[in-house]
Design a protein around this ligand. Structure first.
Ligand code: SF4
Ligand code: SF4
Length: 232
């Protein structure tokens, strides 16, 4: 009796000893296609980057490493708070500045003790550079700071300060853009001195109703115009 399900039956006409695609009729086209690809690639110009013998030309705003201008940093901690990877470490202390005038009040300011970025955690999002309100962080296109020890990827203040030497100058503004607010403010004419005000007049106070009543009661009474009664 034959099997009612022909799907489970092996194909009697299929040669199972030879892998598919290697029949004599399938080898030649595949071989010719491969040779054509090889020939095309041989005549194509090569674009292999010969790094490290030849350094790549990177765009000026490449994100290589973050540089710190410590003089501008006020230890406000904004960058450390906004960093999504928590890889900025800041230590600071307060210092008292004595008053400069007699009777003046002493002021306090933050002094930066430590500023470090762990580049093994940093994901180069640029949020810290964007949020710094005092222009203390900059992108440098330098990228050659790989280390064998991961702990060396935490760059302390002196190293971050060295990167400042590699920060490119800012690009000139777009000619079609509006001038910076500082330039506009500096171009404005100085304000005229305010005109002298006329001498202030002494205003006569308006009497309140209670005061009016009191004033009228203390004044000399008017004679009563009515005749006196019982006088004959
Ligand atoms: S680039 Fe991003 S991840 Fe790196 S330190 Fe700045 S905020 Fe943190
Ligand atoms: S946001 Fe700028 S000023 Fe504030 S701690 Fe960070 S680098 Fe310093």
């Amino acid at each position: 009796m034959t099997d009612p399900n022909p799907i489970d039956q092996p194909d009697p006409h299929h040669d199972h000893s030879r892998p598919s695609g290697t029949t004599p009729s399938g080898i030649l086209p595949g071989l010719l296609k491969g040779l054509a690809t090889t020939a095309r690639t041989m005549v194509r110009p090569v674009h292999t980057a010969e790094y490290p013998d030849v350094k790549p030309e990177l765009p000026p705003r490449s994100r290589g490493v973050i540089a710190l201008l410590a003089e501008n940093c006020t230890s406000c901690m904004l960058c450390a708070r906004e960093c999504p990877d928590w890889c900025i470490y800041i230590d600071s202390h307060k210092e008292e500045i004595p008053a400069t005038t007699e009777g003046g009040r002493a002021r306090q300011r933050n002094v930066l003790d430590r500023f470090a970025i762990d580049f093994s955690l940093c994901m180069y999002c640029g949020i810290c550079v964007e949020v710094c309100p005092f222009d203390a962080l900059f992108w440098s296109p330098e990228y050659e700071y790989a280390e064998l020890d991961i702990r060396e990827l935490t760059h302390e203040m002196p190293r971050l300060d060295e990167w400042m030497q590699t920060v490119p100058a800012p690009a000139p503004p777009d000619p079609a853009s509006a001038p910076p607010a500082e330039v506009t403010a500096a171009a404005k004419p100085p304000r005229a001195a305010p005109a002298a005000r006329p001498a202030a007049r002494v205003a006569t106070p308006t009497p309140t109703p209670a005061a009016s009543a009191e004033t009228s009661s203390s004044a000399t009474p008017e004679p009563d115009p009515r005749p006196e009664e019982g006088g004959g």
